[in-house]
Design a protein around this ligand. Structure first.
Ligand code: NAD
Length: 462
């Protein structure tokens, strides 16, 4: 195991012994491409080997369009990488070829993993969103196709940067997928076609809900002192707006995105409410994350139509996780439950009245998993060289989330243009970070981080 050059201890990056290489030790060292036999295997590098990254890699290895192989992996924590590798190796033994010298750990690990690929291979970007533009930029420079998870930005400057990168990817004919899997739900695709066909008239109101108990790392108790605070914030990324856009962007984007898709438009402005109610953990310790527990956003479209979004992370109350469209001539259930749960359906009138149902989605069993569909669609486009770039709408959807979040956090109306063109960048110079970089938000003596305070902080979120 090599030491890294950031003056860090091994323990901080490498919490489990294993063979992964500290990536920063390899900067400038040439890493040979995986030897390409004369075949049409698409090679994959996984950057961000957590829950979703492991799932996405498995989906990639399961596509129905030709041979795929995972050849390199990168993470900032070796234990995450090792766990992911073990799981993928067990589930797809013939398609995982990642020896220890193609496992990379550290902030530069992404570069080394992408060096193992050839132009035309695929980089999977599944870290928290703060690193997305850095990794996307590198993939485009290397001529790699990309699958990247949602959301893709949390602030204005990185959104502008990502939109430019999206154009560069298209100019190089690279295929780009964004993990907004609702767009690959066959039921929602048919609903979209029917809505465009006028089956519910003009959409005047949409309602989207994700009201569940606390999820992921949305609530955090104070930093326990290790690993280093920056790495700990990365681990608890749902707690920090710089890392994820908070629970708002990370959890609510799916229902917001597919409603806007149904309307074929982005809202022009948002006003919102939210608050922090129960800020102690069950053991009585204060939660120090930057999230509100509940959010209620009124988005307005250019034609005056509205999208209402209710988001909540509170247990013991109604749990609602679904989305609805109201049109001048009918009503539709978009997601029955969850991000894009089957079935979708259409009704006469304005409610879910079974007697007035005019359509319900029927999806073939092998098309029911939107995570599998998004990979089949991407690889099909690569194999057939069809135009395929989801980055622009991935960015715009992320901007819509950020404007709703910011409207709640500031108590001010926020327009789409104001959000996109805001110069507040939440993780500046993230492409130059080392292990010794200070975290972009600092705690006070009590271990608390700055939180949104509507009315007190002007147009600053925290
Ligand atoms: N589409 C979906 O339904 C869905 C579901 C879950 C998560 N996601 C998205 O996937 C992303 C990851 O979420 P997750 O739940 O897998 O989180 P996770 O914490 O399980 O995984 C993230 C991994 O990235 C690693 N990482 C962090 N910074 C890194 C860096 N700079 N370089 C390399 N590795 C780094 C972490 O150590 C971790 O192993 C998020 O953007 C999330 O919103 C999407």
């Amino acid at each position: 195991m090599l030491a890294n050059n950031n003056g860090s201890t091994r323990r901080e990056f490498l919490s489990v012994t294993g063979g992964a290489v500290a990536a920063s030790a390899l900067v400038g060292v040439s890493i040979p491409h995986v030897h390409a036999a004369e075949d049409n295997t698409l090679r994959l590098a996984l950057i961000g080997c957590g829950g979703r990254g492991t799932g996405a890699a498995l989906d990639a290895l399961s596509v129905r369009y030709g041979p795929m192989k995972l050849v390199a992996m990168a993470d900032v924590f070796e234990d995450r990488l090792s766990l992911s590798h073990k799981s993928l190796q067990a589930q797809a033994p013939d398609k995982v070829d990642v020896p220890d010298d193609r496992k990379f750990v550290g902030f530069n690990a992404y570069q080394n993993a992408m060096e193992c690929l050839k132009p035309g291979d695929i980089a999977i970007l599944t870290t928290p969103l703060a690193f997305r533009w850095v990794h996307f930029r590198n993939a485009i420079q290397k001529g790699l196709h990309v699958f990247m998870e949602k959301p893709v930005t949390a602030d204005g400057p990185t959104s502008v940067r990502m939109l430019k990168l999206a154009e560069e990817a298209s100019a190089k004919n690279l295929k780009v997928a964004v993990g907004l899997m609702s767009r690959h739900s066959r039921a929602l695709q048919e609903l979209h076609a029917r809505v465009q066909n006028g089956e519910i008239g003009d959409i005047v109101l949409m309602r989207a809900y994700r009201m569940t108990g606390p999820v992921g790392s949305a609530f955090s108790e104070k930093w326990p002192g290790e690993p280093k605070e920056l790495l700990w914030q990365i681990k608890r990324f749902h707690s920090f707006l710089w890392a994820s856009g908070g629970c708002f962007n990370d959890f609510y984007i799916h229902v917001i995105d597919h409603c806007c898709w149904m309307k074929n438009a982005w809202p022009v402005k948002a006003q919102a409410l939210g608050g922090r109610h129960y800020r102690n953990s069950p053991s009585g310790n204060p939660y120090i994350d930057q999230n509100f527990d509940s959010y209620s956003v009124e988005y307005t479209f250019g034609d005056g139509a509205k999208l209402l979004l209710d988001g909540r992370c509170v247990s013991g109350v109604n749990q609602i996780y679904s989305s609805y469209l109201h049109g001048t001539q009918g009503f539709a259930v978009a997601s029955k439950s969850g991000d894009c749960g089957l079935p979708s359906s259409i009704y006469l009138g304005q409610s879910e009245n079974p007697a007035k149902k005019t359509w319900e989605s029927k999806v073939a069993p092998d098309e029911r998993n939107p995570y599998a569909n998004e990979w089949n669609d991407l690889v099909n486009a690569i194999r057939n060289d069809a135009p395929y770039n989801e980055a622009k709408y991935g960015v715009e959807s992320s901007v819509v989330c950020s404007m709703g979040r910011k409207a709640a956090h500031t108590g001010l109306e926020v327009t789409f243009d104001e959000m996109l063109n805001s110069n507040q960048e939440y993780a500046p110079d993230i492409d130059k970070w080392t292990l010794d970089s200070p975290p972009p938000v600092q705690s006070n003596a009590a271990g608390e981080y700055p939180i949104p305070m509507p009315g007190l902080k002007g147009d600053a979120e925290y």
